[in-house]
Write a protein that binds this ligand. Structure first.
Ligand code: IVH
Length: 699
């Protein structure tokens, strides 16, 4: 007979194991429904036998009675802060000092992301979490145990590593780390607050801090907080390893989440490389980091170095440059894009932000200008994150001068003088002059020749401006009709050789695909994928033009779904995209250019052509949908796609429940993880070839 106590212990073990798999390893083992069932069983047992309720029970994670206040907790070992380095020179200074004290040539550091959250101290007695506290002033923090218990990735009990690795659980262990709010959770909090008309949190760090300081832990439990461990504080009944990396490994084995981004590096140069790599990776991480931390790996060396004014000399925080700065908006000018879209651009008093000098920032469109109430003369906050275009984030209203001027949309295009129109309900205003507007022409040509479009190598932005101004190129077709080796060679900084190369590249581009051609036309809101899907669906230009024309008659249908039915039948084409396509082809100027582009050269046209559509192949893969990821041995992804399609299969971009197979090569990433999660069979190239074997044998 199992006693209630034994059953409760078993349930707790299973639930914590499930939590660890889900929240720490990101590799769930049991279905949610099973988790819920075990959880209710434990809750019921604990309700029947209150004596069985323990502080490490997973039922504690849903929050409990409100705390009257957070009692002060004196840290047994002060929680230090980090000295900061803001440039490479400061990093070298740090490393030099370390080497001088340790009398070493090159030093091993452990490089960690600096998470933007809150430092906490967790006390485990005989393996059970008994107290969790904020850092506070470093000496005394606040007891937030009940709130910390709600964080699913934070172990309530230290896991006992099984097998060979069996290590004694320390009588006392203090684990330190960072509580943070992943960006997805932050965005959800912002949406929820906005929906309720409440003030949204300003950043993930504040949102995490607010969540942790809730008096009602049931509220904290609803916030998707997460935790990473990065250090051990006090401990008893355990011999600490001699290196930080081994300590982190031990923490992992005990069930603590430790960042996968942590690496061992050597010397200041290794640190600098890690910093730069992280700077690139930063934008794609699911959480905010504000820099990186370098820590001496050798723990004995740390003793020798000691600390000065609450900052250890064995560690340093290297912060990313500030991404926001304040400056004055001196003027607003309007730029015209390739589709005529008018973009207000802020001319700023130059300011150093995000590691660069910024004097222009986008204001996106007039709705944004109005929403942010931006006026000329205002003091504004400028934001530049990573490689993103700098933008005006907000106005510092308190500093608005009396003579600040309202920004007005010009009525005429600043480039060509054409009329500017803004359709009802549209955020974007456009110059209506099409290719007669030099700005639109230049933009359209840049797009037309780009690599994924018609792909003319060697015809860059500057050269396009020259051929517009000097050689009277007025449409994409003119590239084929008006340029030759003589007039190109006569242009500034063009030799015979490069003129000849360019003419060859132009000639080669005549032979293209229908999808590329459609993409090159630059139909507003039609990207590369939609262009390819349109080409696939209609097969020929004539069929597409006929469909677009027929669809125009349905433009004013009552229901959006009934408008443009032929175009909307194409994957991912909705009413907006369909309308854009139909309007583009209805425009006589566009039809003229298209006719010139595809007319044969001996009839005075540009001679652009592409292979006739192939009837979809039938084969062993008919009806099967594939996704390809990673690097395949000895075959490009395009070649693999062609192979699959030649055998009747279809290749799509993203893994879903409808995917039949994932073809995965080296360094497959998130798609592989997703396929495994959804139970989509994963093939390598050899397995794909096996699938095709009957076809190969027959032919
Ligand atoms: S180590 C003496 N490691 O940065 C070492 N801190 O000023 C003390 N932080 O409040 C901390 N990520 O909240 C360390 N990987 C990391 C960190 C980290 C973020 C925060 C921590 C602390 C502040 C240090």
């Amino acid at each position: 007979m199992t006693t209630a106590a034994e059953r409760a212990a078993e349930l707790r073990r299973q639930l914590e194991q499930a939590n660890h798999r889900y929240y720490v390893l990101d590799d769930p083992e049991i279905p949610d429904a099973e988790y819920d069932r075990l959880f209710s069983e434990l809750q019921k047992l604990e309700a029947e036998h209150p004596a069985l309720k323990t502080p490490d029970s997973p039922t504690q994670r849903v929050g409990g009675a409100p705390s009257p206040a957070f009692a002060p907790v004196r840290h047994r070992q002060p929680m230090l802060s980090l000295r900061k380095a803001d440039d490479e020179a400061a990093l070298h200074d740090f490393d030099r000092r370390v080497r001088e004290v340790l009398l070493k040539g090159a030093v091993d550091y452990i490089a960690e992301p600096k998470l933007d959250g809150l430092a906490v101290s967790l006390i485990y007695e005989r393996g059970v979490l008994v107290q969790g506290a904020t850092r506070g002033d470093g000496e005394t923090g606040e007891d937030i145990t009940q709130n910390l218990r709600t964080i699913r990735s934070l172990p309530l009990r230290i896991r006992e590593a099984g097998g060979e690795r069996r290590e004694a659980i320390p009588a006392l262990l203090e684990v330190r780390g960072e509580v943070y709010l992943p960006l997805a959770g932050f965005q959800k909090m912002v949406r929820d607050a906005e929906a309720k008309g409440e003030k949204p949190p300003v950043n993930p760090r504040n949102a995490a801090a607010g969540s942790l300081r809730q008096l009602e832990s049931v509220i904290t439990a609803r916030r998707p907080l997460a935790f990473y461990a990065y250090a051990v504080g006090v401990s008893e009944g355990w011999t600490q390893p001699s290196r930080h990396r081994d300590m982190l490994e031990q923490l992992k084995r005990w069930g603590f989440p430790v960042s996968e981004l942590i690496e061992a590096v050597q010397g200041a140069d290794g640190c600098q490389r890690y910093f730069e790599a992280m700077g690139t990776k930063r934008a794609s991480l699911p959480f905010d980091i504000d820099g990186v931390v370098f820590k001496l790996d050798d723990l004995a060396g740390r003793e020798e170095l000691g600390s000065v004014s609450r900052e250890p000399r064995w560690a340093v925080a290297y912060k990313f440059p500030a991404e926001e700065a304040v400056t004055v908006l001196e003027n607003v000018e309007f730029q015209i894009g390739r589709t005529g879209a008018v973009t207000p651009v802020a001319r700023l008093k130059p300011v150093f932000v995000g590691g660069a000098n910024v004097s222009n920032a986008t204001l996106h469109n007039m709705d944004e200008v109005q929403r942010k109430d931006v006026r000329i003369g205002d003091t504004v906050v400028v934001r530049r994150a990573g490689d993103v275009i700098p933008e005006v984030k907000e106005v510092v209203l308190a500093l608005r001068p009396a003579d600040a001027r309202i920004v007005e949309l010009p009525s005429a295009c600043p480039v060509c003088g054409g009329a500017i129109a803004r359709e009802e309900g549209e955020a974007i205003a456009r110059c209506t002059n099409g290719l007669s507007c030099r700005a639109q022409l230049h933009g359209a040509l840049i797009h037309f020749v780009s690599r994924k479009a018609i792909d003319i190598d060697g015809l860059g932005e500057k050269l396009l401006a020259l051929v517009i101004d000097e050689l009277e190129v007025r449409t994409p077709a003119d590239i084929y009709l008006k340029l030759n080796t003589e007039n190109l060679a006569a242009l500034e900084r063009m030799g015979e050789k490069s003129a000849q190369n360019l003419v060859n590249a132009i000639a080669a581009s005549r032979n293209t695909t229908f999808g590329r051609f459609l993409f090159a036309l630059g139909i507003p809101v039609v990207g590369e994928t939609t262009a390819r899907d349109l080409a696939q669906a209609f097969g020929t230009l004539e069929a597409l033009l006929a469909a677009a024309e027929a669809d125009l008659a349905t433009e004013h249908a009552e229901k959006k779904k009934e408008r443009f039915p032929l175009l909307q039948a194409v994957p991912d084409v909705g009413p907006t995209v369909a309308a854009s396509i139909a309007h583009f082809f209805a425009e006589p100027r566009n039809r003229d250019v298209i006719a010139q582009l595809v007319r044969a050269t001996d009839e005075g046209g540009a001679g652009i052509h592409w292979p006739a559509p192939k009837a979809a192949a039938e084969g062993v893969l008919t009806g099967k949908t594939f996704v390809i990821t990673g690097t395949l041995p000895g075959m490009s992804r395009e070649e693999a796609s062609a192979l699959i399609e030649a055998n009747g299969g279809k290749v799509t971009g993203s893994v879903s429940a409808k995917t039949d197979y994932l073809l995965a090569g080296e360094a497959a990433g998130s798609k592989l993880a997703k396929a495994e999660k959804l139970g989509v069979p994963v093939l390598d190239l050899a397995a794909l070839k096996d699938l095709l074997a009957p076809a190969q044998a027959a032919s």
